[in-house]
Design a protein around this ligand. Structure first.
Ligand SMILES: Nc1ncnc2c1ncn2[C@@H]1O[C@H](COP(=O)(O)OP(=O)(O)OP(=O)(O)O)[C@@H](O)[C@H]1O
Length: 343
């Protein structure tokens, strides 16, 4: 659905050359909710702005639904953009227009006859739950309601792609969840592809199928959200995940002295449970089967989008053979096992 090929964007200011995007390539499938996460200044906004050509890339191309958007003439670009909806952190509503007139605005620009446009607005207001606020002005709405208007407006021309630029960053956690639920509902109902940028790993965890991690103008990791949570490959990803899930083990637990006089060893491991494996009693089977003791140091169960996901940090105690066999057993049954340290 979206193909970003070797995209580079350089800004020249009187005193500086700023490489905002450095050879970025991405592929987003139709119907996916794809997230881009990065710290402030990493290049997220520039990337999303290059995707809808609000910003012209210095190098590289963007293809959306088979059309190379970076090669279009201004007139063609205007009509291609009508099939790309966008929502913003600060909603960008027209304060002098009421809710109905904000939502009808892109239909007016597209030249849709008033009667058809009005019918479409009514459908959209029903979709976002704001039918009873059609005559309200933006100043009379809460942040969550304003973003619902933004979403209705972005969907007016039945886009193939919805771009979301930090759409929940100005909202409280509960309102954020309701807006993310609305986006997931729209994605499911209309198979609408959504590309969202955020600095908040919770947004990625609750909403996205796949994620790209952007750091210092480059994509450093890309993959299924569940894989990145269970087995992050870069320090940037680990740091984002630690904002959502505590993966650290207190030093006191790692530094307990081993008993030098016996052949019994202790190993601390972190086990990730994903999907079906989260429901299986694999740890207790391992304890019984291999006579290994397992002491739970830390545990957490959560959901990533719609999939159950959990971490368990265990201290295993047994002979080296028992512990090794126990670990093999967990691996063979599909658990992601990460050794932390021998103690
Ligand atoms: N129009 C511009 N002119 C000059 N430099 C710019 C321009 N737009 C962005 N930049 C620079 O490009 C880099 C990437 O900025 P960008 O806004 O894409 O980051 P971001 O990840 O979206 O950050 P934030 O989350 O703070 O919005 C930054 O160093 C920024 O200062």
């Amino acid at each position: 659905m979206i193909e970003v090929n070797n995209l580079t964007k350089i800004f020249y200011t009187p005193s500086q050359k700023i490489v905002a995007l450095d050879d970025v390539s991405l592929y987003v499938e139709k119907g996916e909710i794809f997230g881009i996460i990065g710290l402030s200044g990493a290049g997220k906004s520039t990337l999303i702005r290059c995707i809808n050509m609000l910003e012209k890339p210095t190098k590289g191309s963007v293809v959306i639904d088979g059309i190379e958007i970076t090669a279009l003439e201004p007139q063609e670009l205007r009509s291609a953009r009508q099939k790309i909806g966008m929502i913003f952190q600060h909603f960008n509503l027209l304060s002098s227009r009421n809710v109905f007139d904000n939502v009808i605005f892109p239909l007016e620009i597209a030249g849709v006859p008033r009667k058809n446009a009005s019918k479409r607005v009514e459908e959209l207001l029903d979709l976002v739950g704001l039918t009873d606020r059609a005559n309200s002005y933006p100043s009379q709405l809460s942040g969550g309601q304003k973003q619902r208007v933004g979403i209705a407006r972005a969907l007016a021309n039945s886009p193939k792609l919805l771009l979301s630029d930090e759409a929940t960053s100005a909202l409280d956690p509960q309102t954020t969840r309701s807006i993310l639920d609305l986006l997931k509902d729209i994605n499911r109902r209309f198979n609408l592809t959504i590309l969202l940028i955020t600095h908040d790993m919770n947004v990625i965890k609750e909403t996205c199928d796949r994620v790209a991690v952007i750091d210092d103008s480059r994509i450093v990791e890309v993959g299924r959200v569940i894989d990145i949570f269970s087995n992050p490959q870069t320090a940037t990803s680990r740091s984002f995940i630690s904002n959502v899930i505590n993966r650290e083990i207190p030093d006191q637990l790692l530094q307990r002295p081993a008993d030098q006089t016996s052949d019994i060893i202790k190993r601390v491991i972190r086990v990730s449970f994903i999907g079906e494996s989260a429901g299986k009693p694999l740890i207790s089977s391992m304890i019984k089967k291999f006579d290994v003791d397992a002491n739970i140091l830390y545990g957490n169960i959560d959901r990533i989008k719609d999939t159950p996901f959990g971490y368990l940090t265990l201290e295993l105690t047994g002979t080296p053979d028992q512990v090794a066999e126990g670990l093999d057993y967990l691996n063979e049954h599909g658990l992601e096992v990460e050794g932390i340290e021998d103690v």
